[in-house]
Ligand binder design. Structure first.
Ligand code: CA
Length: 257
């Protein structure tokens, strides 16, 4: 049953991933030199990407907020607002990958530094083949990141402790013996879980009482004996010869598994 649940989750993730994969990834090109802007757009569209182009910094901000692109190819020297400023603002608003285009070597330190934190950069002049390779690498990285994030929001797989034919399902707070649910009272369940989590350790009645019932519980350690007896009737093959919850002479109890 457990394995089944987990498989369903994985299948959903695969389906979802399939849908994401079939949608063209979106690239925003921010470049004020028209000839270069057109060449970039042409080459990236040819690769199957959805491409939008703008020619100044302010338009870049507006467009990025609307389009939510997977990647931004961002020139540095731009009218209205330079690429450094655009990157700095967008970094606070979205996790989109940024590939910067620099014209001067002395800009590189700022591009890769903390101030801008571009994911990658290319120094002009560059070949279209180089650009396409860098774009693909960045988008692949972004895809992997999305998959990782997707994994963390999936429901956690069932948590369970299994001892041979006995399973304690922590997610459902259910105990299964020989594939059938065992009807346990809440305290019986808590006691069994506590014993199982301390498998093969000798636990005194006082310690069990304190941890399962609470230190302020008004009662004595015979409460533990009574619950152990009830538990044994439910999970032992022969409750007068217990194999799972054994009595430790002069001490307390030990869960064998
Ligand atoms: Ca420029």
């Amino acid at each position: 049953m457990q394995a089944g649940c987990f498989n369903i989750v994985l299948t959903d993730a695969n389906l979802l991933y399939g849908i994401v994969q079939t949608m063209a990834e979106k690239i925003l090109i921010v470049e004020d030199e028209l000839a270069l802007q057109e060449t970039l757009a042409y080459n990236l569209k040819k690769e199957g990407y959805t491409v939008e182009t703008v020619g100044d910094g302010r338009a870049a901000l507006e467009s990025a907020r609307k389009l939510k692109p997977d990647l931004i190819v961002l020139d540095i020297m731009l009218p209205e607002m330079d690429g450094f400023e655009v990157a700095r603002i967008l970094r606070k608003e979205m996790t989109t990958a940024i590939l910067m285009l620099t014209a001067r070597d002395d800009e590189i330190d700022r591009v890769v530094g903390l101030e801008v934190g571009a994911d990658d950069y290319l120094t002009k002049p560059f070949s279209m083949r180089e650009l396409v390779a860098r774009v693909k690498a960045q988008l692949r990285r972004a895809r992997l990141l999305r998959e990782e994030i997707g994994k963390t929001v999936e429901p956690a797989p069932h948590e369970a402790l299994t001892f041979d034919n006995l399973t304690i399902d922590l997610t459902r707070r259910e105990v299964i013996l020989n594939e059938k649910p065992v009807q346990l009272k809440p305290k019986e369940y808590e006691l069994l879980l506590f014993l199982a989590e301390h498998r093969r350790q000798m636990l005194s009645r006082e310690f069990i009482l304190e941890r399962v019932w609470g230190w302020d519980y008004i009662g004595d350690s015979r409460t533990v004996d009574v619950h152990v007896r009830w538990l044994r009737q439910k999970i032992e093959v022969n409750s007068s010869e217990p194999k799972r919850i054994v009595t430790v002479r002069g001490g307390g109890y030990r869960f064998e598994g």
